[in-house]
Unconditional design. Structure first.
Length: 94
């Protein structure tokens, strides 16, 4: 993988918290390697990123470049809530 590319897989265990730490400007790629639909929704409704299930079925990818430092929490509403189930965060530094 390239220096500024971090792959995240949507098929993590439902009970697991997936977290990644990346540099500002990094493109994060979520890949749905499973057999079920998923979505990637930011916990902050006004965040301006994320993908709905109709665009993130099996074998689909979603990409987003995080340019501002901060912590970006997300979840799959089909397999969890904002606090439990399939949840994760991207920590952007520098």
């Amino acid at each position: 993988m390239g220096r500024n590319l971090r792959r995240l897989v949507a098929t993590v265990a439902v009970a697991a918290l997936l977290a990644a730490c990346v540099d500002a400007g990094t493109e994060v790629v979520w890949t749905n390697d499973g057999r079920n639909d998923h979505n990637v929704l930011p916990v902050e409704d006004s965040a301006g990123w994320g993908v709905e299930a109709d665009s993130f079925g099996p074998d689909a990818e979603y990409r987003h470049r995080f340019v501002e430092p901060g912590t970006y929490r997300y979840y799959c509403s089909l397999h969890g809530t904002t606090d439990k189930g399939m949840i994760g965060s991207i920590v952007v530094t520098g």
